[in-house]
Design a protein around this ligand. Structure first.
Ligand code: FAD
Length: 323
């Protein structure tokens, strides 16, 4: 028995969410008195691979086949499941990223495992059971699910577990796994980046705006505030439907679910469909000129005021703080 964690890379680099997921997997390995193996697929520098040891990996398997350089759901699932079988790992852990959400059920089928995606804390094993707290109903609620199967797959929500640096570099081994031809029915031909800014699902701070901003010409102050805070920008659905902002920024039930440390909502009413995508945020700040706006009910801090007066003052205050 051991724990296997998939260390997904973005353009050959590991994001903070991967250090979180390795730290989380290490804690589960410690709970079960076993070792932690990390697997990386694609081109990552040897030093970065070995560095996963600092977050608790005991060894790192490196898969570098040409055909696997870009993400292919079926093929990656086959390779990770194969690694779990060969290493005797009965718990597989991934980030609940776009790729992780696609991989988790596929690996689950291959290993006959129970799957918990959207996990937000360590499993409770105190009663001899294996109970995972996870988000449910598009983030509107939490569910405690018991994984009763011998094999288990867990996808961890970004920003829900602290990075813990505990160890030193770990050995890197090459891992060769033959993915089948049938695993390559869908191939990525080209990747076109929508933006070079902070990626929304991984962002620690999100500055989000809604129809209260009146039109796309007023997003300059939202972008300025986001840049100053090192934040990603987001929006409500009607804003992206109207073409004021790209669909990649649309947050909510039918858009992206985010879990930042700070979510700043400006001129957004707080409809239940929007809240579905942001309820795992740690601190919510709402700026709305209507003191009765529903968003204030879930806010940690609220400013009842006109965005066109409040946001420029906020920008000035952040500039002064940073000076
Ligand atoms: P509005 O509801 O028009 O609210 C604008 C807010 O701005 C108001 O509260 C107003 O007081 C405030 N305001 C106006 N002027 C100012 C000012 N000068 N300064 C400060 N505040 C100001 N919505 C999503 O966001 N995400 C989803 O994923 C989503 N999925 C949906 C799925 C379904 C099936 C359905 C039916 C709806 C969905 N919606 C979704 C739409 C959702 O119900 C709301 O209509 C939407 O979230 C409202 O967007 P908004 O708050 O930007 O606009």
């Amino acid at each position: 028995m051991s724990v296997l964690v998939f260390a997904e890379n973005a353009d050959g680099k590991f994001k903070k969410s991967i250090f979180e997921v390795v730290s989380y997997a290490k804690a589960i390995a410690a709970q079960n008195n076993t070792s932690l193996i990390a697997i990386s697929i694609g081109d990552v520098a040897e030093d970065d691979l070995a560095g996963l040891g600092k977050f608790g990996a005991d060894k790192i398997l490196n898969v570098s086949a040409d055909k696997l350089k870009t993400f292919v759901n079926q093929a990656y699932a086959s390779v990770i499941a194969e690694a779990a079988k060969r290493e005797g790992a009965n718990i597989v852990i991934l980030s609940n990223s776009f790729s992780g959400r696609g991989l988790a059920p596929r690996i689950g089928v291959k290993l006959g495992a129970g799957v918990a995606d959207g996990a937000v804390s360590l499993p409770d094993q105190t009663s001899g059971k294996f109970i995972v707290k996870k988000t449910a109903f598009s983030g509107k609620a939490f569910a405690a699910v018991e994984l009763t199967s011998e094999n288990k797959v867990i996808a961890l929500t970004p920003n829900s577990y602290q990075v813990v640096e505990s160890g030193a570099n770990a050995p890197v081994e090459s891992f060769v796994a033959e993915a089948k031809e049938s695993d390559f029915k869908i191939m990525v031909k080209d990747i076109v980046r929508a933006t070079d800014k902070v990626s929304l699902p991984d962002a620690e701070i999100v500055v989000s705006a809604g129809r209260g901003l009146k039109g796309p010409e007023n997003w300059g102050m939202i972008e300025e505030l986001a840049d100053l805070l090192g934040a990603a920008t987001a929006c409500s659905k009607p804003v992206s439907d109207a073409g004021w902002r790209p669909h990649s920024e649309h947050v909510g039930q039918t858009g992206i679910a985010v879990s930042p440390n700070l979510y700043i909502a400006i001129g957004i009413s707080g409809a239940i469909q929007h809240l579905a995508g942001i309820s795992s945020s740690k601190v919510i700040v709402v700026i709305n000129k209507d003191p009765e706006a529903p968003f204030f009910k879930v806010a940690d801090y609220g400013i009842a005021g006109d965005a066109f007066e409040v946001v420029p003052k906020l920008i000035e205050a952040v500039k002064q703080y940073k000076a």
